[in-house]
Design a binder for this molecule. Sequence first.
Ligand SMILES: [Fe+2]
Ligand SMILES: [Fe+2]
Length: 267
Amino acid sequence: MSEFFSLLEEIRNESIWKKKGEGLAILQRGFSNIYSTAKHSVPVGNWDTVSYSHFTTEVPGAKVPDRNNLDTTHGQAVFFHAIVHIEYTAIDLALDHAYRFRNLPEEYYRDWIQVAHEETLHFELLLKILHSLGYEYGDFPVHSGLYQAAKRSSEDLCMRMAALPGYMEANGLDAHAFLSSKAARFPWQLQKAFLEAMEIIARDEIQHVAYGLRWFRYACHQFGRSELEYKQLVERAVPGAKFHRKHLNREARRKAGFSESELALFA
Ligand SMILES: [Fe+2]
Ligand SMILES: [Fe+2]
């Protein structure tokens, strides 16, 4: 059996998504056994190439195709491609949270493997919709905002937890209602598949953010940092991060564990 962290690195770097999904399903099912092989002293390797770069073209955020033209199949495919890309990236990010940060409680690793596994399910649900429109993942250019934020926070667990699950994924909680409202513009079959996928994603994502905030607070406590650094940490990992929200999903954010003073940052 491969050593736990080496296996995580291998699955994170895997660019054939069927293999990535299978690797993760095995890892999640046999977690305790596989985790028993963990050697926390195994060196953390560089993460210079993100796995999707093998089948996508990367462009700056401002140059990704317009996602608001939902009246044509092409426009709908652009919209779904963008969400497929976020879910795919989320798989590698969760794996990287687990791979990179060492000597933490077993629960930390278990949580992120579960998240990575759930992200593969989200990815597959949305990929199926993209396929039904006649398109493939990689057909449109993508941006690397999430990966860049992960790179900037690769030395600091507090920053990683604040910026990725605690900010970027939490943004998804606010976007849920807005995205779901787009469904009305889709043909009936597509509408049904999309809303079913969004229901599963909304439920799981509250838990993902909850894990992020839980480990953010743990890391702050453990390393003598203050949870009040949240906003500064996010701004360092995500330059230009915006905090004001038109539609703040207070209910979902409260369920995920945001405090009232943290919620006030987004008002
Ligand atoms: Fe997801
Ligand atoms: Fe997630």
